[in-house]
Design a protein around this ligand. Structure first.
Ligand code: BG6
Length: 466
């Protein structure tokens, strides 16, 4: 069941993703998909099918045609719902269940704006549809600690936590999940993965796109809530966690939450907020808006593994390049016995491990090698693993597809837990209470120059792509 079936996320990601799962044979043998939206946006079954066809044609990886499409299309139906007028929805769900037969499992996906969220949850409770069902909840999970708590208790009044799947699509990206494999399936990297060997970590998601007309959403949110409290902090959880006792939802999420608990509440003095010039002139934006379209910050993790190792996080809109990169900078060897030229040229970052988690993704180990020639001259060298050149699988799933599949299978490993979310809002609180003023920056630039002093003596640095 898809709430928000006429919305942007459903059109861009969810309907094309469901079709891709169907085509890959990853949906259950018998299934039905019921779309829903408020009565004002109600569609007939036929209209919903046409809507899905257009969405798949525009955003899907395969075109909506052939037997696979016909079968998928036949599974779609629509039931509008408003508080107090739930009959069309309940009827559509009952009919879909009759068509599936047996005792079908229900999965609700709430792709609705935050304001609609609680009323949909209550509606599912009141109609009895929530009974034995699972629910996928979209971000944002609140805007501060109080609202996150309120949201969590509204959800938990209707659904047991073991049935709640809070989506953060970064955790569904192949190359992000691979961080767990890289760290815990190999003897090569994990021994280095601590304060003894790593001097700093950079988590960087600059975006080239601007707010793309999403003023209404963005004005009330800003980059810190949109990208950092969600995606970047979740990613940090994977990079910084201790080895879980098993690769199962509970131990994995316990370790993630332990990282969040070790994160020092943010110091506004270690945060740079920026806003691209021209943002205030965007339609729907307050001409005096203080909303940030860029944020860079330092996170400290007060535990034995990471004490003293700064984690620098950055994200922003309308920047020079779009990237998804985690860089682990390694400490220098204890003694320098080589001519210093190359090391100096490498700007103190001669050794680093770079995880590029943009699709398809790569991992690069950067080190110094002897340049061929009569003298001992060092030069930077790379060892590169690239997904595309190493694997030729047809099964690659997009982040959303991967996560929807996991929710269908009932595996919560890649979904965020209520205590984790609430802790992250606690960490964020000092910044939300006293945000530094936004600094303007030029679209297409790398953001405010003030970030240089934020990371000193290190430097912001994005390795080249592989
Ligand atoms: C979304 C944010 O969650 O993630 C967007 O709301 C952002 O503002 C997007 O652009 C980035 O996702 P990705 O997968 O393209 O990096």
């Amino acid at each position: 069941m898809l709430f928000g079936a006429t919305g942007d996320l459903a059109r861009r990601k969810l309907l094309p993703g469901l079709f891709h799962l169907a085509k890959a044979g990853l949906l259950p043998q018998r299934y039905r998909i019921v779309g829903s939206a408020p009565a004002a946006e109600a569609l007939s079954d036929e209209q919903f099918r046409a809507h899905a066809r257009e969405a798949v044609a525009e955003f899907g990886r395969s075109s909506p045609e052939g037997p696979a499409w016909q079968e998928f299309e036949a599974s779609l139906s629509f039931g509008a719902a408003d508080t107090g007028a739930t009959e069309p929805l309940v009827t559509a769900v009952r009919e879909a269940e009759r068509a599936v037969g047996g005792t079908p499992r229900r999965l609700f996906h709430l792709a609705v704006p935050p304001v609609a969220f609680t009323s949909v949850i209550e509606l599912l409770g009141a109609t009895g549809l929530a009974q034995d069902a699972r629910v996928i909840v979209e971000k944002p999970f609140g805007t501060d600690l109080a609202s996150a708590r309120a949201l969590n208790s509204a959800v938990q009044a209707v659904f047991d936590e073991s049935r709640v799947f809070r989506i953060d699509h970064f955790l569904g990206k192949e190359a992000v999940d691979n961080i767990l494999a890289l760290r815990f399936a190999n003897g090569l990297f994990e021994p280095l993965w601590n304060r003894e060997h790593i001097s700093h970590v950079q988590i960087d998601v600059p975006e080239r796109i601007d707010i793309q007309g999403r003023a209404h959403f963005f004005e009330g949110t800003g980059t810190f809530r949109d990208m950092v409290v969600t995606h970047l902090f979740q990613l940090l959880g994977f990079v910084a966690m201790e080895p879980p006792v098993a690769l199962e939802a509970q131990p994995l999420r316990d370790e993630q939450v332990k990282v969040f608990r070790s994160m020092r509440p943010l110091d506004p003095a270690h945060v740079v907020r920026g806003q691209y010039s021209g943002y205030r002139a965007e339609p729907g934006v307050d001409p005096a808006s203080d909303t940030e379209t860029f944020v860079a910050l330092r996170v400290d993790i007060d535990n034995w593994r990471w004490a003293g190792v700064p984690f620098h996080l950055r994200s922003g809109k309308a920047l020079a390049e779009g990237r998804h990169v985690v860089t682990l900078g390694l400490r220098e060897p204890v003694l320098g016995m080589f001519p210093l030229d190359a090391r100096e040229a490498a700007d103190g970052r001669a050794n680093e491990l770079v995880i590029d988690f943009a699709d398809p993704g790569s991992i690069t180990a950067r080190f110094l090698a002897k340049e061929p020639g009569p003298t001992m001259q060092l030069a930077e060298a790379d060892m590169v693993f690239g997904y595309q050149s190493s694997f030729t699988t047809d099964y690659a799933l997009e982040a959303y597809e991967h996560l929807i599949l996991q929710a269908m299978l009932g595996d919560q490993s890649l979904f965020t837990r209520s205590d984790g979310i609430e802790r992250l809002w606690e960490v964020a609180a000092p910044l939300l209470d006293a945000p530094p003023p936004v600094v303007p920056y030029d679209p297409g630039s790398w953001g405010p120059e003030a970030i240089a002093s934020l990371v000193a003596p290190h430097r912001w640095h994005l390795p080249e792509r592989h």
